[in-house]
Structures are given as C-alpha cells and as structure tokens.
Design a protein around this ligand. Structure first.
Ligand code: GTQ
Length: 349
C-alpha cells in the first residue's frame, strides 16, 4: 500500500468486496489514495464571468419574473467543473442579484450567511435586524446567519450585487433552516447608518457584550476602504504576492467579519505583477477598479471592472495590473483557519 495508489485488484479480492458490500462494509485500502490525497484534488475549475454579459441576462430575467415571485432574482455563478451543484467553489456559492426600481425581495431568514458586494446601481437598500443600509458600488454588506433580511429598491435604476453565501458549507453539515417573514418587509426600528456609527468608528458601546462570531457592522462602505488603501500606499509596502491587501474584520474580536466567509480588498498599482501564490482557500474575485489579467494554473483571464473570476484551491495564481486595480475577494479561509487546515505557498516570494 502507498498513499499514492491502491493495491492491485484480484478476482478473490473483488469477490470479497462484493460480499462485504452487501453488509455496508468496504475496504479502506481500495479508496485510501483517492480520499486522502497528497495534495488538494478538486472538481473546481478556474473561470471568469464578464459582468456586461451577465448583466444583459439579468435584465432579461427582469422581464420574466419579479423579485417577489422569485423570492430572490438571482443568476447563480456555477463553477463549470461542478454543474448543477449551485457552487462557485466546493464550499461557497456566488450569485448575481437584481432588484428593479420599486421592487421588494421579501423578508426571510436562514442559517446560511450572506455577503453582498455591490456591483451596479446606487441607493437600493437591504434591511437586517431592523436597520436598512443604502448600497453603493464597492460596499461590502453582511447578512449574519439567522438574521431576517429583505431587499428593496426605491432608486430609479436597477441594482445589481454579488451574493456570496456559505450554502455548500451549511449543506455539508446538514444544518440548514429557513423561514419566511409574515410580511414582505420587516419593520424598520433603527436609523440608516446606526451600526456603522456604533461599531465602525474604532469604538464600541461601553457595555457592549456580544459573543456572536459575526461582525456587528452591517455595511463596510467602499469610500472608507478605498481611502484606507490610498493612504497606505504612500508607504510603498507592496507585498510581492498581494500588492496591498486588507481583510474585513469584526471590530470586537479582530477576527474575520463573518464566521464562514473571509473577505478581502486589495490594491495593485499600475504596472504591478504579483509573484505566483497558492493557498487552500479557493477564492472568488471581483474587480472594482482597473484592468489587467490573472493567470490561474497557466490560463490567462483578462479582466476589467465588475468582472468576476474564481481561483481553485492550491492552483498557482498571479495578477498583473495595467492600471491601478482594486479587487474584492472572498473565500472559506476563516473556516479553514479555525479547523487548522489553511495552508499557503508563496513560491519564491
Ligand atoms: O438575498 O437572501 O443569492 O437567500 C441566495 C439565497 C441571495 C438573499 C442568494 C438568498 C439570498
């Protein structure tokens, strides 16, 4: 036996496997090398979705079904290596959601956590736990597990955002619960901007004691993220693999903002080419500003603003920016780190 390949099959062994199979028993030695692999082995493939193309299909869906009838009018970004599984990576889901002017996507709640990364439009809102937030391009918005949430658009233009959910993680654990709220919209009990004021100024209410593993900040506005990156670039501290990369955090713990999904924003200056990097967290990227290309496992993906692409676990990935580029990304890194699984390889960098 080795960790690389199973022992030979013989007629006697096969007959034996068949006999014990009837009793729901099976030999480890026949499967060991495929279930405990020397390196990550995934069906997940690298892929890029052009936003302009997806947007046209979404607007077409806008004429086919309302947000209310659909519950959520979303086109799932399906990884081409896992068709039919509603996954962009093995552990995570991605979708593009459209809410047209005047529409409401009705209130519901579920065990799955969601992030919204705002792609297109201005001023639609999502509501969580009685607070609404108005969404602008580049904002990172959190829906914690089990929180009531509904979306609405009182602006005069279509609003599109990227949904990142941990649906496959929750399915893996068989831990899914979901229910509808009795009304389309939950009551508004707090003012717009409340959570950012309370928790987003590097301060916390003096007696604040909340141990939920999720950030109390609801919307991390792009304007602030961009300003942080712009200020930091003055030090010229470019990481060879990541440029300048920040992670979104829960201000009460310093941990990632969400319990199952890690999220990041990075700046690559014009002309920068990163060193190749690989890590065990397959990662979904979307471009906020700039253009360039990413090479994943030898395939080149050219990108511009709002395009979305995915890099599988443990595949060498490098980026090149033709102009200053700002890229949002998310992965299951937070969960892998908690489980002692996360690994990175910086190559020669
Ligand atoms: O907005 O609540 O893309 O429940 C998938 C499931 C979005 C949402 C998705 C959802 C939502």
């Amino acid at each position: 036996m080795s960790m690389e390949r199973p022992p030979a099959e013989t007629p006697e062994r096969q007959a034996y496997y068949k006999k014990i199979g009837e009793k729901n028993l099976t030999p480890l030695w026949a499967v060991m090398s495929s279930i405990i692999t020397p390196e990550p082995k995934s069906a997940c493939r690298p892929h890029l979705w052009r936003f302009a193309e997806a947007k046209a299909f979404m607007l077409e869906a806008g004429g086919l079904i309302t947000a209310k009838e659909a519950e959520r009018r979303v086109l799932i970004l399906e990884n081409p290596g896992m068709p039919g599984d509603s996954k962009i990576t093995t552990s995570l889901y991605a979708g593009l959601q459209l809410v047209l002017p005047g529409e409401v996507a009705p209130a519901h709640r579920h065990s799955q956590s969601a992030l919204r990364f705002v792609m297109d439009g201005s001023g639609a809102h999502t509501a969580v736990d009685g607070e609404r937030t108005l969404m602008e391009v580049g904002d990172f918005v959190i829906t914690p597990p089990g929180a009531w949430h509904d979306h609405g658009n009182m602006s005069d233009e279509p609003m599109i955002w990227l949904d990142g959910l941990d649906i496959p993680v929750v399915s893996f654990f068989d831990a899914s619960f979901a229910e509808s709220y009795p009304e389309d919209e939950q009551p508004v009990t707090r003012k717009v901007g409340d959570s950012l004021a309370r928790y987003g100024a590097n301060m916390l209410p003096v007696d604040y004691a909340d141990s939920r593993p999720v950030s109390p900040i609801f919307n991390y506005p792009y304007a602030r993220t961009r300003e942080a990156l712009e200020q930091m670039r003055k030090q010229d501290e470019w990481d060879p693999c990541h440029g300048l990369k920040l992670r979104y955090v829960d201000p009460k713990s310093g941990d990632f903002a969400m319990p199952t999904i890690a999220s990041f924003m990075q700046l690559l200056p014009k002309g920068f080419a990163t060193s190749a990097f690989r890590s065990t967290d397959a990662t979904v990227f979307t471009v906020v500003e700039g253009s360039g290309r990413t090479i994943i496992d030898g395939t080149v993906f050219e990108w511009g603003p709002k395009d979305i692409f995915v890099a599988p676990s443990w595949k060498w990935t490098s980026h090149e920016a033709d102009e200053d580029a700002v890229i949002f990304s998310y992965s299951d890194r937070v969960a892998q780190k908690k489980l002692g699984l996360w690994r990175e390889d910086r190559g020669n960098a």
